[in-house]
Design a protein around this ligand. Structure first.
Ligand SMILES: *[C@@H]1O[C@H](CO)[C@@H](O)[C@H](O)[C@H]1NC(C)=O
Ligand SMILES: *[C@@H]1O[C@H](CO)[C@@H](O)[C@H](O)[C@H]1NC(C)=O
Ligand SMILES: *[C@@H]1O[C@H](CO)[C@@H](O)[C@H](O)[C@H]1NC(C)=O
Length: 324
């Protein structure tokens, strides 16, 4: 009797100790260390924001966007009919974001803007990885992160125009993979260069590693494709100031401009088309689910790109290289 009681007490202590460790882990992440550089306050912030930056003085992503919210947004991704069961998870998203939080991803402008940016980025991701069309349960918007790769590619997406910079590796297939799917050798090449991973030889890494897949997507969101243009991130959070030409072409900072930058004429400048509306719907749905509310998305002209002139007007196709 007395013995048993002793064992129980010991077990109880172990459990309390474990809880304390979890709590301490969180405390460490809460810890903001700040200093002033040239009159500007910069901080580090736990394991998510690891080098001195003004963005790290704000809350980190995991402080404002928790695991249960990720589960709400992507509630059907692990149901038996989904195509990437067990692949995507919250931890991969947060781990991937660590590279970009000190640069302002999800850490710019205060809590409302931070949450809006997370909803916007994930709205793109959800729309591009959904298998919800025609699937009834939960509605079409509940099926984001259903895929991690294109299932029936019609081609290898090897463009020999880039054979000097990003030559195709024999046997490698550059079909769509990831959270904002990457297609073509040159896109795998550029992404791999930026993330220091050999994606030209190993494009399959993207469908094997959710952290890498999210990293590639966040990199795309954070990166200017042309010097003269903003990144999707800059266009969304409003650190981009449109030129007169931009304004004439109805390109305003906001969600619409991010679609223009990421997809160009496949989505934008074509009026009220489904390809565009499905992306907007995911963004609005996620704003509702995380408690911000879709009305925070702002007026129609910043939300859509239906009437926007393209950042990159289509150029005449590169003539196919003759092999004869
Ligand atoms: C951090 O958040 C505050 C509001 O809480 C905001 O005013 C500020 O711009 C943010 N810092 C950066 C670098 O975006
Ligand atoms: C997955 O990718 C991340 C980020 O690039 C990397 O740190 C990690 O080692 C990779 N995991 C595996 C199992 O290769
Ligand atoms: C603005 O648009 C005009 C007409 O399309 C063009 O000639 C000019 O180069 C543009 N200016 C800038 C700064 O892009």
């Amino acid at each position: 009797m007395g013995m048993k009681r002793g064992v129980l007490v010991v077990l109880g202590l172990v459990m309390v100790a474990n809880l304390a460790m979890v709590a301490n882990g969180d405390d460490n992440n809460d810890k903001i260390v700040s200093k002033t550089v040239k009159g500007k306050k910069v901080c580090t912030h736990g394991w998510e924001c690891t080098y001195y930056s003004s963005y790290c003085c704000n809350q980190t992503i995991s402080e404002i966007f928790e695991s249960y919210q990720f589960e709400d947004l992507f509630s059907k991704r692990n149901s038996p009919v989904a195509k990437a069961v067990g692949f995507w998870d919250y931890k991969s998203f947060i781990t991937a974001s660590v590279m970009f939080q000190p640069l302002g991803f999800g850490t710019t402008g205060g809590k409302l803007m931070q949450m809006k940016e997370i909803a916007a980025f994930l709205g793109h991701v959800g729309a591009k990885t959904s298998c919800g069309y025609g699937v009834a349960t939960g509605g079409p918007l509940a099926w984001g992160l259903c895929y991690n790769r294109e299932l029936s590619p019609m081609q290898s997406y090897c463009d020999n125009y880039y054979k000097l910079t990003y030559p195709c590796t024999p046997g490698a297939e550059y079909y769509g993979r990831g959270a904002l799917p990457i297609y073509w050798n040159y896109n795998y090449g550029a992404t791999g260069e930026a993330l220091k991973v050999n994606l030209l030889d190993h494009p399959e890494y993207i469908e094997q590693n959710a952290t890498l897949a999210f990293q590639a997507a966040i990199w795309r969101w954070m990166t200017r494709i042309k010097k003269s243009q903003p990144s999707a991130h800059e266009a969304f959070v409003g650190t981009w100031k449109p030129t007169k030409n931009d304004t004439l072409a109805k390109r305003y900072p906001g969600f619409g401009a991010t679609m223009n930058l990421l997809y160009g004429d496949s989505v934008c400048g074509k009026g009220d088309v489904d390809e565009m509306n499905v992306i907007i719907s995911h963004y609005q749905y996620y704003l509702d689910l995380i408690g911000i509310g879709r009305e925070q998305a702002g007026p129609h002209e910043v939300l859509t790109c239906a009437e926007q002139g393209l950042f990159n007007p289509p150029t005449p196709a590169v003539p196919a290289q003759s092999s004869s």
